[in-house]
Design a protein around this ligand. Structure first.
Ligand code: SF4
Length: 336
């Protein structure tokens, strides 16, 4: 195990350093969330088009050892539908067991996987949960999996995956009346609930600005009952975080991509399941790394391609600005 070899960082032309790598390991999912996947699903990538575990691990090693990346987030589609995902977690953990390895999942398969993932080196977890009502769960996720998701959250706690963050995409007219209930759940269970503004990355093209519930409004609703105190984070991240002023456990966070963009401090880059390097969630193009790797080039060569791509990272997204173009890929093909 070799840690960061020091020296180089992944700098972009706006002075930001990329040290948070999000790796999508599959485009497949067992849900059809209305803010993400088309109702009819997608034509899945062929097996050979997906990065193999060895290839994902090699790229992760380059990011960690050459460029000091410290956080690796495993995403999808739904990462737990990829067979033996815990083996991949173990391979990444072997690069550096002090790495902050986390995952974003819909939680349905966690009862089977949580313990194995924790033993393999997963440190913490984000679980998508958009409602506390089974009927509404079906409306939003287009799957009857509410009970299994709630059980998956419990399984994560039992396996010691902590903190547990619940990702709630708030949509006007769908679940915006539940934000206080989610804050109450956070206080009861000690979770951190992250309220995510609905972004134009959906497969059914239903996104409108009117459906976006600005974080400011959610925060005001919560603070009417539960006063909040800001949490100072040591590293940049997408969420503005708060704890409960009365000392109760848990907390809330706001990911305000639409109403208060946070691109000036963005430290994230993404790898798609087929090995495309995306410098921004809203990138209109990617730097393909899979075939480059399969052509037999050195880590040095791959590293220089990554450096060049990140140097040209976008300044930020242009949502609600002239010139905004919705990416051709939707959220499930990019990974959160
Ligand atoms: S929109 Fe792009 S630049 Fe802005 S925070 Fe998200 S990934 Fe970073």
């Amino acid at each position: 195990m070799i840690g960061y070899m020091g020296g180089r960082r992944l700098l972009d032309s706006y002075g930001r350093v990329a040290d948070d790598l999000r790796i999508s390991i599959t485009d497949r999912c067992n849900f059809r969330c209305i803010y993400c996947m088309p109702a009819e699903g997608l034509k899945w990538l062929a097996r050979d088009d997906l990065l193999r575990f060895e290839e994902i691990t090699r790229l992760a090693r380059i990011f960690v050892q050459r460029y000091g990346v410290r956080t690796i987030r495993i995403t999808g589609g739904e990462p737990l539908v990829r067979i033996k995902v815990e083996e991949l977690v173990g391979m990444i953990n072997a690069i550096d067991p002090t790495l902050d390895i986390t995952m974003t999942t819909n939680g349905v398969l966690l009862r089977d996987k949580a313990q194995k993932l924790a033993e393999a080196g997963l440190k913490r977890i984000n679980i998508s949960l958009d409602t506390l009502h089974a009927d509404r769960f079906h409306e939003i996720a287009r799957a009857d999996m509410f009970a299994r998701t709630m059980d998956g959250i419990e399984a994560a706690r039992e396996a010691g995956l902590w903190p547990i963050k619940l990702n709630m995409v708030v949509m006007q007219g769908h679940n915006d009346d539940e934000v206080v209930d989610f804050a109450r759940l956070a206080r009861e269970k000690g979770y951190e609930v992250r309220f995510i503004e609905f972004m134009p990355l959906d497969g059914d093209n239903i996104w409108t600005n009117e459906q976006v519930v600005p974080s400011r409004r959610i925060q005001e609703q919560i603070e009417d009952l539960f006063p909040l105190e800001p949490v100072k984070d040591t590293r940049p991240g997408p969420a503005t975080r708060f704890k409960f002023a009365d000392g109760r456990p848990g907390g809330v966070g706001f990911i305000s991509s639409v109403s208060q963009a946070f691109c000036t401090t963005c430290n994230r880059v993404r790898l798609t399941a087929e090995g495309g390097l995306r410098t921004c969630l809203f990138s209109l193009n990617e730097t393909p790394l899979r075939d480059l790797m399969r052509s037999g080039v050195s880590d040095e060569r791959i590293g220089s391609v990554i450096e060049t791509a990140i140097w040209h990272k976008e300044e930020g997204h242009l949502i609600n600005k002239p010139g905004f173009i919705k990416p051709a890929k939707n959220m499930s093909q990019i990974g959160g």
